[in-house]
Design a protein around this ligand. Structure first.
Ligand SMILES: *[C@@H]1O[C@H](CO)[C@@H](O)[C@H](O)[C@H]1NC(C)=O
Length: 335
């Protein structure tokens, strides 16, 4: 029994030594596990190369952008907008100001029908990021629309538009924004944009290069799909209108623009508050241009880029009801 245990131990010892020797011999042999290692190293090298290429690209200056337009070379568009306090005033002015902010080199002349600047309009202008001049003039009582009178009886916004023309001619009056009128020799064009119309961004580029008076059609006006000049061989030969076609300029306020130098050269050109119905536009334009010299724009007056939209007057029946119960909408929240 004793002897047997000794033999087993010996056998175990021999086998272990043999195993150890085999392992030692194997260590010195070249191993085929090096192949995948080499492949991995090669992959890493490739990736390093790629990364340094990308880093190189990043260091290189970006390609020069296409020649940027020079805004200083563009004539300025002076947009004259009369406005008056009413329920939809802020909505209209937000909409218009956001259209105007799409147009480069534009200066907004916003003229309130009020004794002075109102907080609503002042705040809106300050927040608009537009270049603007804030003006205010109250329409004289005799000219104001009476309660229940339809809107077309008296021309609206006459005093306000004339106030803006006065400012352009250096007679001051600004109550906010840019106070100095355009310096002599300024290239520009003047457009009368009421706050309820709808304007395509394209319209402003059509009018920008106006030498005298440029014209185009206006949509949804005068009881027609559109009104506008009729053009033959690039010249205005008549007007498409259903109403008093014999007016000197049977056109809507939104359908023309005047070169600033021309307006400044004719200091008497302004709107006449006593002009008969529908003759307000003519009262200005007859000082400035012969109808045959009108400059057709918008593809020879075949494209409509401005619409005489009218905002419906909101009904306040429920508001009045709640106010009687002392539960009206919070008056501190501006609408
Ligand atoms: C307008 O009409 C004139 C004369 O027919 C033509 O030479 C010109 O190219 C037209 N302009 C546009 C923008 O269609």
């Amino acid at each position: 029994m004793k002897l047997k245990l000794k033999n087993v131990f010996l056998a175990y010892f021999l086998v272990s030594i043999a195993g150890l020797l085999y392992a030692l011999v194997q260590l010195g042999q070249p191993c085929d596990c090096l192949l995948p290692l080499r492949a991995a190293a090669e992959q890493l090298r490739q990736k390093d190369l790629k990364i340094s290429q990308l880093q190189e690209n990043l260091r290189r200056p970006p390609p020069a952008p296409a020649q940027p337009p020079e805004p200083e070379a563009l004539p300025t568009i002076y947009v004259i907008t009369p406005t008056y306090a009413r329920l939809v005033q802020k909505a209209e002015l937000v909409r218009l100001s956001q259209t105007l902010s799409l147009v480069p080199r534009l200066h907004w002349l916003l003229v309130e029908d009020a004794e002075g600047p109102t907080p609503l309009v002042s705040k809106l202008l300050a927040a608009s990021h537009l270049l603007f001049t804030h003006l205010a003039v109250l329409t004289p009582k005799a000219q104001r629309l009476r309660e229940g009178e339809p809107g077309w009886v008296r021309p609206r916004g006459v005093e306000q538009r004339n106030k803006a023309l006065d400012w352009l001619r250096g007679r001051g009056g600004a109550v906010g924004g840019e106070k100095d009128p355009p310096p002599p020799g300024t290239q520009g064009v003047v457009y009368f944009a009421d706050d309820d119309n709808t304007y395509s961004q394209e319209l402003f580029e059509e009018m920008r290069w106006t030498h005298g008076v440029s014209v185009w059609p206006v949509g949804l006006v005068g009881g027609l799909r559109f009104e506008g000049p009729q053009v033959q061989d690039g010249r205005v030969v008549g007007f498409h209108t259903a109403w008093e076609p014999n007016r000197p300029f049977p056109m809507d306020m939104a359908g023309f623009a005047v070169a600033l130098p021309l307006l400044l050269a004719k200091p008497n050109a302004q709107f006449d508050a006593t002009a008969p119905r529908g003759h307000l536009e003519s009262s200005l334009l007859s000082h400035l241009v012969d109808p045959k010299d009108l400059e057709p724009r918008a593809a020879n007056c075949t494209r409509v880029l401005v619409w005489h939209t009218r905002t419906e007057k909101p009904k306040m029946k429920q508001e009045e009801q709640l106010q009687r119960q002392g539960r009206g909408s919070n008056p501190d929240i501006e609408v």
